[in-house]
Design a protein around this ligand. Sequence first.
Ligand SMILES: [Zn+2]
Length: 314
Amino acid sequence: MEDYPPDLSAFEACFATEEACREYLFRLRWPEGFRCRRCGGNRYWRVRDVLLQCGQCGYQASVTAGTIFQDTRSPLRSWFRAMWWVAAQKNGASALGLQRVLGLKSYRTAWTWLHKLRRAMVRAGRDRLAGTVEIDESYLGGVEEGVRGRQVKAKTLIVVAAQEDGRGIGRIRLRQIADASATSLIPFVQDSVEPGSVIHTDGWLGYEPLEKNGYRHTVTVLRGQQRSPSELMPRVHRVVSLLKRWLLGTHQGAVSHKHLDYYLDEFTFRFNRRRSRTRGKLFFRLVQQALNIEPVPYAEIVKGKDATTTYRRT
Ligand SMILES: [Zn+2]
């Protein structure tokens, strides 16, 4: 089932009430009809509009339980507007922008919502890349790059996987890594690329265990080559330069290392759907994925993925 409003006025008409939003979530969460989480039964009745009670075992569920919308005190309509707006921002969404659009009093709320939604953008281990995939690491000085007079504290290392699509780029995957050892690189490949795929890398030792892990491995050794790395790994380098431009443009480079992974997810989400003609489809995917991830408490979001890295706010 792919069913989404084609444009803003259709969106406004579709989701004018809480009930309409809830119905939409219901259809996306249980496309084949309601299933009780406890007993698997499919008969149910509604209790006070928001609850669904299993007709077999009596278990009470709600359409938002166990999703990022769980326990929200805001109307679903606001969440829907937020998701529509996020999907419609071709170049990425900023917390300030979201705050303005929703008329939220607090910047913190907008920031938290965006981070929740970013968590719904890429699902690790699912929809892995396949075929031939270029993989390389790159330093992202992007956080401080172009900002004068600020000391460059630490650059961040990221690893990029870019699927070959003829001469172009198919889908991508990105991750921040602690170092370029096999211990960091191989799990990324396993989460991002189907076994049996061809992985194209340079001669770095960190990629050596690829074959042992079920991948076919093509190595291009850079040393002594006439061509530059960007010609040998053109897709990865193109992705990195777009990413740097995006971090600087949309987020003014104000991305702390500990939250970088979520920005990488947003970039990936948009990049992988860059050819999608309608924004409605992006909205649909976002709602669908938001229903598939567990709720995250605010404290966890503030901590970021790696609480040991310094929080640098600009
Ligand atoms: Zn049941």
